[in-house]
Design a protein around this ligand. Structure first.
Ligand SMILES: NC(=O)c1ccc[n+]([C@@H]2O[C@H](COP(=O)([O-])OP(=O)(O)OC[C@H]3O[C@@H](n4cnc5c(N)ncnc54)[C@H](OP(=O)(O)O)[C@@H]3O)[C@@H](O)[C@H]2O)c1
Length: 730
């Protein structure tokens, strides 16, 4: 009450009364407010502002109850309100005047999916089943949706694997409304070990999946012009393989290939590889005493979680996706076995003592299927990657040695846990030193040159220097030149300018040839893409190998790892990031400085000169060049550039670099040709230590499962001669 004693009067204003007042009054009030704001009489309330990626911190701060005034999340920069896109999470909604077809809709997952669609607005459902209602629960769910106003048609006795029946199912849907989405969830399991499988079991398994999907694809292309979604439910048994499910795995795989083809032809398609599912469906039906099952290395994912993921999966663009809860790897591998026991099990050998340790597995009776199973199990359970040649020469002496190495490695990994996560500038820069190597644009690389092979060109990452390639260049079979980025240039160069500067070197090094091979790493991939564009404009055609680099990926790294709302903030982040790499104890804020030069001076003053094997001037230049290249990355927009005609091979690390980028890093949007994607062990930095990069540059095939199988087999038989199989498989 003390305030009243100062002769201050307070007026309460009921803002809602103003809604119905006259326009003149509202305009008058607005003018009063504006005047007050302009002359500083009306002051903003005390506030604490958090950026839009600090929502958790903001809520924690407010939850602590110690703040004064308002807690605000800043969504946009008020000085730059134009041309800004705001990230949003897309949601999947159904259309009331369209219909939704679910093959196998009365199954465990089918009923949940139908419910989910109805809750998202679907009002016309067609569920197929071989026999119709089997229990009261199915009937109850259908009646419930009808009570919401949904029209539900159960089509039974029609087999979508039959072209005519499939057409009738789709026509039944079109009679309700044009079809918006088709989901194929139908499944028949005919499991059995390979040697017990029959062709009729394959047929049974193929009918609801492969063949029905083929018909759905064919017919929907013709009679469903409004189709937005064509979704098939596949399985981890297809993606990773599962013993005893060859027919199921293959029929899922056929559906996935159909989806890929549809997308390539411009039609909607999505294949979801689910792991084991909990609560409902075929795996839940197998559960005894509520005991959780592990199938194909996955734990049961709750159906509520599957449906949450479905929203996300339906609103992204990749044709083949997966959702699963990966079970922890057992300490010793499969069912706590070690490497040796695992192989003994696969080969059905009971006692290690009964066999010669130096006899090859092939001579011990390993057939091609066992070889593939051994290879896949060692990869999956023990992270051991063996070539076909390795498997052919494998024996138990070697396996015992590998087992002890594996144990030692595990111990080592346990003590170094967490070392591998790299963030910030460390992701972008592998090397800051090497002044001497930096002087020339063309750095000749020491390769294992073979006669008849032509020059290949490598473009390094943002630090611009070629020595980052040193670990694998010795395995390249062609003469190779690294096109270094000029670190003495401190003026701004766009990506296109950089490519322009390198172009004459490629034309000279190519010696008039009409083809080219260019490999770019990280930031260098962008320059490689531009260079390819310029070479194509001169009539050359070639191959691009991009080592964890692409415009979308590099922008995502910059946005996620060096998040800055202005160039000034980016300047500070770059220098603090570099300082953090070199002398972490010294990094600190540079925000008070107003220009790049001022920040750089402060940075150089703090940086002990001996910390890098390069001169102070070179340090300044490198930092400036890196900063300018980040700006060039920001300004690089491929959306209006003509698509390339060169093929692209993208080599991705097994440890993803950033979140939410497409599987091919969006590269299929920048070339008319094929984008091949291969995953290589490592992260964005350690990928450069992998010899597979040299194999890719050599144009040799990177081994995949098919190639592996083909290389160990001849006319269906394993290459190493087998005398007498000494052990029978059960
Ligand atoms: N559950 C899991 O853990 C899991 C894991 C990975 C992938 N998936 C995939 O998810 C999908 C759904 O599985 P779910 O667990 O719901 O299986 P589910 O409970 O066995 O349901 C599948 C339904 O397919 C129907 N069906 C079989 N042949 C058919 C045909 N020719 N035409 C129409 N319907 C047919 C069956 O119903 P009728 O007897 O009434 O015909 C069956 O109820 C399947 O594609 C499966 O491969 C499931």
């Amino acid at each position: 009450m003390a305030s009243f004693l100062k002769e201050i009067s307070f007026h309460g204003i009921l803002l809602d009364n103003l809604f119905n007042t006259s326009s003149e009054r509202k305009i008058h009030l607005k003018e009063l407010l504006q005047k007050g704001l302009d002359n500083g009489l009306i002051k903003p309330l005390t506030r604490t502002v958090f950026s839009k990626d600090q929502i958790e911190e903001a809520f924690r701060y407010m939850g602590a109850g110690k703040h004064i005034g308002k807690v605000i999340i800043k969504i946009l920069d008020e000085k730059n309100l134009h041309d800004i896109s705001i990230p949003a999470l897309p949601q999947y909604y159904c259309l009331k005047d369209r219909s939704y077809v679910i093959l196998g809709g009365l199954g465990g997952f089918g009923l949940e999916l139908a419910d989910w669609l109805v809750l998202r607005g679907a009002r016309n459902l067609i569920l197929t089943s071989r026999s119709g209602f089997k229990n009261g629960y199915q009937r109850m769910r259908v009646n419930l949706w009808r009570s919401y106003g949904a029209r539900v048609v159960i089509v039974s006795g029609k087999d979508a694997a039959d072209h005519k029946d499939c057409a009738e199912i789709l026509k039944a849907a079109i009679n309700l409304a044009p079809i918006d989405a088709i989901f194929n969830l139908a499944v028949v399991l005919k499991d059995g070990l390979w040697e017990n499988q029959t062709s009729s079991q394959f047929v049974e398994s193929f009918k609801p999946k492969a063949w029905s999907t083929k018909n759905l694809d064919d017919l929907s292309r013709k009679i469903c012009p409004h189709l937005r979604h064509f979704v098939i439910f596949s399985s981890v048994s297809c993606g990773r393989g599962n013993a005893g499910q060859t027919n199921y795995g293959m029929s899922n795989s056929v559906m996935e290939r159909i989806c890929e083809k549809r997308v390539a032809d411009g039609f909607p398609a999505l294949a979801i590889q689910w792991g084991a599912i909990g609560d409902v469906g075929l795996v839940a039906d197998m559960q005894d005493n509520n005991e959780e099952l592990i199938i194909g290395g996955t734990l049961q994912q709750k159906i509520s979680s599957c449906l949450r993921e479905l929203n996300h999966l339906l609103t992204q663009e990749s044709p083949i996706v997966g959702s699963m809860v990966v079970a922890d790897k057992k300490v010793g591998g499969l069912n706590s076995l070690n490497v040796v026991d695992t192989v003994l099990n696969i080969m059905n050998v009971k006692d290690l003592k009964a066999i010669s340790h130096h006899t090859s597995l092939a001579e011990l009776g390993m057939d091609s299927i066992m070889a593939v199973e051994i290879k896949q199990t060692l990869e999956r359970e023990f992270d051991m990657f063996l070539t076909a040649q390795d498997i052919r020469s494998l024996n138990f002496a070697k396996l015992l040695e590998m087992n002890s190495q594996n144990m030692a490695q595990k111990k080592n990994n346990a003590s170094n846990a967490g070392d591998e996560i790299i963030t910030g500038m460390k992701l972008l820069i592998r090397l800051l030193g090497e002044e001497v190597m930096h002087m020339e644009t063309c750095l000749k690389l020491q390769t294992k040159e073979e006669t008849g092979r032509h020059e290949v060109f490598l473009i390094p990452g943002i630090e611009g220097c070629g020595s980052i390639f040193s670990n694998f260049v010795g395995n390249i079979k062609s003469p190779a030149t690294c096109l270094q980025l000029d670190n003495t240039r401190t003026d701004y160069l766009s990506i296109e300018n950089m490519a322009n500067e390198l172009l004459p070197h490629v034309l000279t090094g190519n010696k008039g040839r009409r083809d080219f091979v260019i490999a770019g790493y990280s930031f260098g991939s962008l320059v490689a893409i531009e260079l390819a564009r310029k070479l194509e404009a001169r009539g050359l055609m070639g191959r691009l190998i991009l080592i964890d680099g692409a415009p979308d990926l590099m922008k995502a790294i910059k946005d996620q790892q060096l998040a800055a709302s202005s160039n000034e903030e980016l300047e500070s982040n770059v220098l603090v990031g570099i300082m953090d790499m070199v002398v972490p104890t010294l990094s600190g804020p540079l925000q008070q400085c107003t220009s790049w030069q001022e920040k750089l001076d402060k940075f150089m003053a703090r940086m002990p000169i001996e910390s890098l094997a390069i001169s102070a001037e070179h340090q300044r230049n490198v930092c400036t060049a890196i900063y300018k290249r980040l700006i060039a990355l920001e300004n690089y927009d491929v959306s209006n550039l003509p698509p390339l005609r060169s093929t692209i091979l993208l080599l991705k690390p097994s440890m993803p670099t950033v979140r939410s980028v497409r599987y091919d890093y969006g590269l299929s949007r920048i070339t008319r040709e094929k984008v091949e994607v291969h995953t290589i062990e490592g992260n964005h930095v350690t990928i450069l230590d992998n010899m597979k990069i040299a194999i890719a540059i050599n144009g040799e095939p990177l081994e995949d499962a098919e190639a592996f199988k083909a290389s160990i087999m001849e006319d269906g038989k394993i290459l190493t001669p087998i005398t007498e199989p000494r052990y029978n498989r059960s």
